[in-house]
Ligand binder design. Sequence first.
Ligand code: ADP
Ligand code: MG
Length: 416
Amino acid sequence: MAGAGWAPPRLDEFILTEPLGSGTYATVYKAYRKRDTREVVAIKCVNKRSLNRASVENLLTEIEILKTIRHPNIVELKDFQWDSDHIYLIMEFCAGGDLSRFIRTRRMLPEKVARVFLQQLACALKFLHDRNISHLDLKPQNILLSSPENPQLKLADFGFAQYMSPWDEKHVLRGSPLYMAPEMVCRQHYDSRADLWSVGVILYEALFGKPPFASRSFAELEEKIRSDRAVETDLVVEAVRKDQEGDASAAFSLYRKALEYFVPALHYESDARRKEAIRAKVRQYISRAEELKVLVTSSNKNLLEKGNPARELLKEMAKDKPRLCAALEVASAAIAKEEEGRDDSDALELYQQSLGELLLLLAAEPAGRRRELLHAEIQTLMARAEYLKDQIKMREAQSMGKEALAESVRSGCTLQ
Ligand code: ADP
Ligand code: MG
């Protein structure tokens, strides 16, 4: 072996190349099989000295079992080898990296993506639990993605937790307790249900970009887990900040988004005290959002009026362009409909129809005063349409909120 500490170990049948990552007990390298196909694999080199809680033989038996396991959402263990210092696990290579990196580069995942990932994770866990195997170290770093383009989730780094005392200092310092069920952190009796706790934490992180009990110390983590406070979403924190900065329109839209999360939470919470706490929040957010809506509407009206002379001028300059004239007529109809204030979804549809046409015309419009006016008009119309869309959603969230409030009153929880 080369003298430098970081040089990859040597294996007869493989060429080891760059390190893909390292966890607590091992370093994983990308590698090629020397023979035939030059198959790409990932080789995990586990230092035997880290096997502090059970014999190497036990681990080898376990690996033998894992070798027989085949599931589309579990990283395939192709083979294993060992020498005096290391055990080498030869695995399928996952080109998409791990879920932790995947979430971090996207900040947070759309619900649609998180849903598919959760289904795939559930499939893998069901398969393992049917065979009496628990993972016990579920976290985004241990979940890999088959490829960056069409990522399929692959559960990795499992079956070893039993041998690797999950609570030793080294492990703990790497941040795992954030995903560990409390009974595990407290070294009490735990079983395969501990995996479900981790699944919840991972799902939350996928949706919000950070784990629900993100903490810097054990004391803080324990305090957060034990606390009765509903988990505050970043959305509310951000809404309050925008509100304080006087950005009513951003605050309004953030409160509306936050309500989309809190309203279902109110519906599903079974603990009476927590339900009461969420209900108080929902009411507070709805009433602040309603106040903001008034502010936003009046400032939008001002904007609209300011836009008028330019709009008239644009209409004047469009006289020799029948398509442009017609599209501007549709836009005027949308504005009239909106000001009438009876049917927002009709107005929205008219906005969208006119915008579709105007955008096409803008693409063909030569540079000049008319293009400038058209460009500005399109921006105003888009802002109006966006705002209407928000209002429609807000009303839906509100009526859901009121229904949920009414329902919890009916089901016997008294208000106040
Ligand atoms: P440890 O037991 O040390 O935590 P892991 O098996 O979790 O080791 O691997 C550490 C990191 O290496 C993972 O978080 C991942 O980024 C990378 N990695 C592991 N296995 C593969 C693989 N099969 N394909 C691609 N990257 C991998
Ligand atoms: Mg790991």
